[in-house]
Design a protein around this ligand. Structure first.
Ligand code: ABU
Length: 884
């Protein structure tokens, strides 16, 4: 059934082929007597547009062989060999058509010669039906080594798999362990690649990609580039090879970074031929550039030793004869323009000799049983088996080397390695697969002067904080820490001075310890892979988190507790109407409370989900200072835990609340000066500063986290700025006060926080003088009033004495309450004049003026003594210029 279908499908092709090519050519038209002629069929690929058109040289070579065989009297005595052939164009359909034409047309053929893998595959698969032995002179497909599928096939052409051990050997020699494959979608190449893959796997060579194409290699070549393929094994026929090479040029897959392995049986100038005819879109020069440096592997097809062969010729003799024959067919051999198949011509020549020898042997055997080869028919399995056995055992020294067939019908051969150097193939060496012997001439030449790499070398570069930045920030931090330590000493030494004592020196010391820790954390923030091993990095992460958190809590917490107490004092006093005393332990408790919360949170974080070293990988970059094929992969270390956002959210949320609340308290108490905490206004300013910087820095750092220098600089500067400003705001006035007023008495007269100046002092004295004047005036007025009252009483008593004649005593009048309204004052209880802070030149308010309650009124609008407090210099709260 299968055979019938095959016949049917090919019958059309047969007719077509005959119509196109006419009857099969006769190799020797002089031979007319048919009785002593042994006919063989030949299929030669010659005029096709793709594939291997090796018949161009192989057919003349076979013709030479026929001449030589037929001239030998000791071979096929009494018989001559006659070849009937036609062109298959390396097309399997046409090849089958040619085969049927040859087989079904008289005379009876005894054997079939064929070339080109695709055609051989077709004819060898069908030939067994006619009990015909097929001898392929030009078929490299490894698939043909399948004895079940091709039971009657022999070939003088080595299998393409002989290249693979050679390729592997070269890859190992040059240290390439990552290769790519580009193949034409033909069985010959598919089966070669399968064999290559298996061998690569065995040798530990990675096949990074395998691209195939039917006729247009554009996409496949582009994919090779995408995959960063550097060592590429290309398997395709020569027409496709030209297209590939043009794409290689266009996609810049040539030069010092790339190595191509091509098949070695293309002609020497294959990349320059037929460019216009095949519409190749590259110039000769471009093709030459792209082809430079490629390697080829090929089985040896010419006898290397130049020994005299069975035919009596050396391979050089054969070359001369073949060249002559080709010249007669108008090939420009003198200018080294060889036809396709020139390399394989010895194989075709030796194939004919192998046939002759096999027939000779078979004839001898048949003679012994009274049979003749002449009587062979397609159903004569017995004779076919004899022919098979004869060719299977045939061995001789041919022009292609030692001809022998393996059990799979394969030719055993050496391989040669060549490289295109300056547009010419240079022989690099030979490889004998059997003995694993590589003979190397050391003639290889690489474009970049060194062996290309099989991949882009990716160098991992850890991005670290620049040393200059780290040192400068570290230096400033050290200065800050020293300054903080000096302030601690100053604070302790002067703890009994009023200015320090009323600012709660222990709180100040706590704040300064916090400052030291925060400044110390600047060093830890800059400690990265430059200084620390990756194994130690998690410890640095933990230390950063702990030190910054505790430092912040101590520094900010101490300041927060002060404004908190001021706020409590003012609100409580207002409610109670009593002066409250500040108890220091309450301040310490607040800081301690914050610390406890911090420690609990940090412990939970560290125990449940500790901070680890994580790596952020950046896109590959080109190195700036090397010609090597290197890419840089920048990496950046981060401290992260699995649920980093959750932990940061909790910690930042808690700290954020304290910050915002501190901001609120600082705002609320901005105009209040409390004797018990004399520096609360400056502390409030420091809190403003810390809050603003924290609120800006935290989100910015998250955004620029991938820029190590920027984020370190931003973070370090924020810490440094907060610490320095806080220290300056809290301590500079104290230092100035102690320097200006070395004695406690003078100093006690002024609140350091008020920042009393000479002008203020003068104004104070003038106000005191004015107050005295007014007191005198009031005394005079009161005296006048008293007299008037006495007079009034006298007048009233006179009026009443008009009735009883008695007058009330002055003492009686004196016992009456003196009522001058709400603004009334006693002459010895004059309120100190206050003035509006924003308008230093504003007129003093008259004494006795009713003033609004300062706790509920903005300091800008309400300034004055508080009911229950006598002189400003003795009051517990003062309201002065707002620092907002
Ligand atoms: N050396 C030519 C091989 C041709 C082919 O296998 O088709």
């Amino acid at each position: 059934m299968r055979l019938n279908l095959l016949f049917l499908s090919i019958a059309v092709a047969v007719g077509l082929a005959v119509a196109v090519f006419g009857p099969p050519h006769m190799s020797n038209p002089l031979l007319t007597k048919d009785d002593n002629v042994l006919h063989i069929a030949g299929i030669f690929p010659i005029g096709g547009k793709g594939g291997w058109q090796g018949g161009q040289a192989c057919q003349p070579a076979a013709r030479l062989a026929l001449e030589d065989v037929n001239n030998r009297t000791d071979l096929l005595p009494g018989f001559i060999l006659k070849l009937h052939w036609n062109d298959s164009e390396c097309e399997p359909g046409l090849g089958a058509s040619v085969m049927y034409n040859l087989l079904y047309n008289k005379p009876q053929k005894l054997m079939l010669l064929a070339g080109c893998s695709t055609v051989c595959t077709t004819v060898a698969e069908a030939a067994k039906m006619w009990n015909l032995v097929v001898l392929c002179y030009g078929a490299s497909s490894p698939a043909l080594s399948d004895r079940n599928r091709f039971p009657t096939l022999f070939r003088t052409h080595p299998s393409a798999t002989v290249h693979n051990p050679t390729r592997i050997k070269l890859m190992e020699k040059f240290g390439w362990s990552r290769v790519a494959i580009l193949q034409q979608a033909e069985e010959v190449f598919i089966s070669t690649v399968e064999d290559l893959e298996a061998r690569c796997k065995e040798a530990g060579i990675e096949i990074v990609t395998r691209q195939s194409f039917l006729s247009d290699p554009t996409d496949a070549v582009r994919n090779l580039r995408r995959q960063d393929a550097r060592v590429i094994v290309g398997l395709f026929y020569v027409v496709a090879a030209r297209r590939v090479l043009c794409e290689v040029y266009k996609h810049k897959l040539y030069g010092k970074s790339y190595v191509w392995f091509f098949i070695g049986w293309y002609e020497d100038d294959w990349f320059e031929q037929n460019l216009e005819k095949e519409k190749i879109n590259c110039t000769r020069e471009q093709m030459r550039i792209a082809a430079e440096g490629h390697l080829t592997t090929e089985a040896l097809m010419w006898n290397q030793n130049n020994q005299r062969t069975l035919s009596g010729m050396t391979s050089d003799d054969f070359r001369i004869r073949l060249n002559e024959a080709l010249k007669k067919e108008n090939y420009d051999i003198d200018n080294m323009r060889y036809p396709e198949g020139y390399q394989e011509a010895p194989l075709a020549y030796d194939a004919v000799w192998a046939v002759a020898l096999a027939f000779n042997k078979t004839m001898e055997k048949l003679d012994r049983v009274g049979k003749s080869l002449k009587n062979f028919t397609y159903t004569d399995k017995e004779t076919a088996d004899d022919i098979y056995s004869a060719i299977n055992s045939t061995q001789f020294l041919g022009v292609s080397g030692h001809v022998a067939f393996s059990s799979q019908g394969d030719r055993i051969a050496l391989t040669q390695i060549e490289q295109m150097i300056d547009g010419k193939y240079v022989l690099l060496g030979y490889y004998d697969t059997q003995s694993d012997n590589l003979t190397w001439n050391n003639k290889e030449k690489w474009i970049g002067g060194k062996v290309p790499q099989d991949r882009t070398i990716v160098r991992t570069v850890l991005r670290t904080v620049s040393l200059g930045l780290f040192i400068s920030m570290g230096t400033v931090s050290v200065v800050g820490i020293l300054w903080a330590i000096a302030l601690i000493v100053f604070n302790i030494l002067h703890r009994h001075r009023k200015v320090i004592e009323t600012s709660h020196p222990v709180c100040n010391t706590i704040m300064l310890v916090g400052v030291c820790l925060c400044l110390g954390s600047v060093f830890l923030l800059g400690l990265d892979g430059r200084f620390v091993e990756s194994e130690s990095y998690p410890a640095v992460c933990q230390a950063r988190a702990w030190i910054l958190t505790l430092g912040f809590t101590l520094g900010y917490g101490a300041m927060f507790s002060k404004v908190w107490r001021v706020h409590r004092l003012t609100t409580k006093s207002k409610q109670d109407g009593k002066v409250k005393k500040v108890e220091p332990w309450k301040l310490y408790w607040m800081v301690g409370g914050f610390l406890i919360v911090d420690i609990i949170l940090m412990l939970c974080w560290q125990i449940i989900d500790p901070l680890q070293r994580s790596i952020e990988i950046f896109p590959l970059e080109d190195p700036s200072s090397t010609d090597d094929d290197i890419k840089i992969r920048p990496e950046l270390e981060h401290c992260e835990s699995h649920h980093n956002n959750v932990w940061l959210g909790i910690l930042c949320g808690y700290k954020g609340l304290i910050l915002i609340f501190g901001l609120f308290l600082a705002y609320e108490t901005r105009s209040i000066k409390v004797k018990q905490i004399n520096d609360s206004r400056y502390v409030g300013m420091a809190i403003y500063n810390v809050v603003v910087l924290c609120l800006i820095t935290a989100p910015v750092i998250m955004v620029i986290a991938s820029q190590q220098d920027a984020s370190f600089a931003f973070e370090a500067l924020a810490i440094i700025f907060c610490c320095f400003l806080s220290m300056a705001l809290v301590f500079v006035p104290k230092i100035a006060e102690i320097i200006q007023h070395p004695r406690d008495k003078v100093e006690a007269k002024y609140n350091t926080d008020a920042g009393v100046s000479k002008e203020d002092e003068d104004r104070y004295h003038s106000l005191l003088a004015e107050n005295d004047e007014l007191q005198k005036l009031i005394s005079a007025k009161e005296e006048k009033i008293r007299i008037l009252k006495i007079k009034l009483q006298e007048r009233e008593s006179m009026k009443s004495s008009g009735t009883d004649g008695t007058a009330p005593s002055a003492a009686e009048g004196m016992n009456e309450p003196i009522c001058l309204g709400a603004g009334g004052v006693r002459n010895n209880l004059i309120p100190a004049r206050t003035y509006h802070g924003n308008a230093a030149g504003a007129q003093p308010e008259p004494a006795g003026l009713i003033l609004p309650d300062p706790f509920t009124t903005n300091s800008d609008s309400a300034i004055g003594p508080i009911s229950g407090y006598t002189r400003s210099s003795q009051s517990d709260f003062e309201f002065s210029e707002s620092y907002l």
